[in-house]
Design a protein around this ligand. Structure first.
Ligand code: ADP
Length: 267
């Protein structure tokens, strides 16, 4: 079992990702696809007059502040446009894909965090009305049913809180939790960069290998949202996933290339 997470940043070639996945699926390989949608969500939010608000925690992690209206826009794009766009591509390639969010069947569950500590103008403030959380529990039953029935699950945030409220969760860490729960052989975190770069944005500074025991030490090279990928990789390997690969989804055969060791391999 392989868990593939494809990001939502500019430059990602979803046709290439889906074609590669379809070819592998047809050889009998079992996998699930998790996707993001941040770039498109930002565009739609601007167009709807509710521009995105990003906050930085005192420890330096950036996340989207998700009030109720933002959550609804987020769902329109992630569960709607992005998810159905990927399912349609796979269906056209002859793969019976099923798109679901973490809320459906409570596949992804976590605690609802209503407030967030954010640094604004050098001061720490508490912002309330946030619909975010972190995946703490994965209910694999529905995924197992789909896989047993020959369907390829295509999953996206949001997750469900323990009270059934939709919460925005980080896609990379959600994919890591899924990989652990499904005892996946590998987790691929595909984005619009060749992997983890020692000197971002210099693409020649690619870090090719990271020993699993050391992955958290590499947080220092990751800025802003890349930090969540490194954190997700750490959670996955600590949870028993043998290989996590940060790979490039901009062209070629992104899944096969990553599985062949192109990118940053954490093992
Ligand atoms: P996605 O939405 O595709 O999952 P993110 O935008 O969340 O991806 O994270 C990937 C981004 O992280 C890259 O596009 C890049 O701008 C940024 N980044 C920050 N530091 C690094 C680094 N050291 N190596 C690679 N990318 C980095």
């Amino acid at each position: 079992m392989i868990v593939v997470k494809v990001g939502g940043s500019a430059g990602i070639d979803y046709d290439a990702v889906c074609a590669d996945i379809a070819a592998r699926w047809k050889t009998g390989e079992r996998l699930i696809l998790v996707h993001g949608g941040s770039g498109e969500t930002n565009r739609v939010a601007e167009a709807l007059g509710h521009p995105p608000k990003f906050v930085t925690s005192p420890s330096g992690y950036t996340s989207r502040f998700t009030d109720r209206q933002t959550l609804e826009i987020f769902e329109m794009v992630y569960c709607g446009k992005m998810n159905k766009g990927i399912v349609e591509r796979l269906q056209r390639l002859g793969v019976n894909a099923v798109g679901l969010s973490g809320l459906d069947g409570r596949i992804l569950e976590g605690k609802h965090k209503d407030s967030v500590r954010a640094v604004e103008n050098g001061k720490v403030k508490v912002l309330r009305g946030d619909h975010t959380g972190t995946v703490e529990r994965v209910n694999t039953h529905l995924i197992d049913l789909l896989l047993a029935g020959g369907y390829l699950p295509v999953l996206t945030p949001p997750a469900s809180s323990y009270d059934g409220v939709a919460i925005n969760v980080d896609g990379d860490r959600a994919a890591a939790a899924l990989a652990v729960a499904l005892k996946a052989d590998a987790l691929l975190l595909l984005s619009n960069v060749p992997g983890l770069l020692r000197a971002y944005p210099d693409e020649t500074s690619l870090i090719r290998e990271i020993p699993a025991a050391d992955v958290e030490h590499y947080l220092e090279f990751a800025q802003d949202r890349m930090k969540k990928k490194v954190l997700g990789a750490a959670e996955a390997v600590q949870g028993g996933v043998r290989r996590v690969i940060f790979g490039d989804a901009r062209n070629g055969e992104p899944v096969s290339a990553a599985l062949n060791g192109q990118g940053t391999v954490v093992s």
